[in-house]
Design a protein around this ligand. Structure first.
Ligand code: FES
Ligand SMILES: [Fe+2]
Length: 397
């Protein structure tokens, strides 16, 4: 038996694969090892995440030409920068000469990137500008800005409002295909009016996938967030829909919740439905986003290890005045609310992680009403493992 088959069986047994396509009540979630095994995190970082469109950063991190930021996504060192054409570029953060990490810390006003090792110099377009002593002592290789050969290796990227996405292997479908299911449902929202106003951060003792799974599952609201019931009672909530890589849910709230920032500006020209509507989305594998009439929240999850995750919730409000003193109290309430809700979630998410060490649990039994999204999530993950395997086998033949 090949090593790959051994790994496949280790993650998904034949019985598991048979169950996953049955109806929800007979189906199950992901096997325990996918939340605990460092080998699976390696698969995610080396294969699953590079083959998809994934969240990499935010344009507000590099608002001006010459802003350069070293980032790490799927354990890959990358450079995110704001170039002279007012566009965001993403490059691999390794000097093409001897592979030194090119950018180590944030900088602003940069005109070029200089490697400390032999001073090879790259423009913000990634093109080579100078290679000192390249042809021998005092024999330099110099190019006009923009005229030299390509130096830095670009990463396929796309910007959607404030969010920056990348596709590391360059082989995913178009970005439009990826974003469309969500963008279509957000027609009517003037997303250009969103202002990033802050970020909340936690370190969780759990696998990163459990945070997304918890996000797409509204079943837990009555038990974990009883405070939300007045705002959104269980009988107004429904199971998440799912189609291909997109998970989607919404509800209409009967009364506004003052803790959601009463009095803050709303999206301009809202339709009647938008005024009382909450929408949330997960675009597999890394984007979770929730939108209210007066705010948006975006989840950024960075796996530290299989059982440790850095979680950031980025909060957006509407319009230029959202950051003014006038709305300071409303803003604070928004942060306090997200903070409180997330603390409630963390309590159960970490318990779900702990339960994944029990030989008495391995994927679980699902609610026929609420959990088809959990089944679909597991199916997507199994599908990603299978398709990667199929591609590898094809390459070998
Ligand atoms: S390693 Fe960067 S210039 Fe040589
Ligand atoms: Fe929750």
């Amino acid at each position: 038996m090949s090593v790959e088959n051994t790994l496949n069986n280790r993650w998904f047994s034949e019985q598991w694969l048979e169950r996953i396509d049955k109806n929800v009540a007979e189906s199950t979630g992901l096997p325990n090892a996918l939340y605990t095994d460092p080998e699976f995190l390696r698969f995610e970082n080396e294969q699953l995440l590079p083959s998809a469109w994934i969240l990499a950063g935010f344009t507000h991190q590099a608002p001006n030409t010459g802003d350069v930021i070293p980032i790490e996504v799927a354990e890959k060192p990358l450079i995110l920068l704001h170039d002279e054409n007012d566009e965001i570029q993403v490059f691999h953060n390794a000097c093409p000469h001897r592979g030194a990490k090119l950018v180590n810390s944030l900088c602003s006003g940069a005109k070029a990137l200089v490697c400390p090792n032999h001073f090879w110099t790259y423009g913000l377009d990634g093109k080579i500008q100078a290679r000192p002593h390249f042809f021998g002592g005092d024999q330099h290789d110099i190019h006009e800005p923009g005229k030299g050969p390509q130096g830095l290796r670009p990463v396929r990227s796309a910007v959607w409002h404030d969010l920056i996405f990348i596709n590391l292997d360059g082989k995913a479908g178009t970005f439009e295909q990826y974003i469309k299911p969500m963008a279509d449902r957000l027609k009517g929202y003037d997303l250009a009016s969103l202002q990033h106003v802050g970020v909340l951060e936690w370190e969780l003792n759990c696998n990163w996938k459990l945070v997304h799974e918890n996000f797409i599952e509204p079943y837990h609201v009555f038990a974990v967030h009883p405070g939300l019931l007045e705002f959104g009672p269980m009988d107004k909530r429904r199971a998440s829909e799912h189609e291909a890589h997109c998970f989607f849910n919404d509800y209409q709230f009967p009364n506004p919740d003052s803790n959601r920032g009463d009095g803050l500006p709303h999206f301009p020209n809202p339709s009647k439905t938008m005024e009382n509507q909450v929408l949330w989305f997960h675009l597999f594998p890394t984007l979770s986003l929730e939108i209210f009439p007066n705010q948006m929240a975006v989840w950024e999850l960075i796996p530290i290890s299989p059982e440790k995750t850095l979680e950031r919730i980025h909060v957006y409000l509407i319009g230029d005045t959202a950051t003014s003193e006038e709305f300071a109290e409303g803003r604070q309430k928004v942060f306090d609310t997200w903070h409180g809700l997330n603390e409630e979630d963390i309590g159960v998410i970490e318990r779900m992680q702990q339960g994944r060490h029990s030989p008495g649990f391995d994927g679980g039994t699902l609610s026929p009403f609420w959990d088809s999204a959990i089944q679909h999530y597991a199916r997507l993950m199994a599908g990603a493992v299978k398709s990667k395997r199929a591609k590898k086998n094809q390459t070998k033949e």
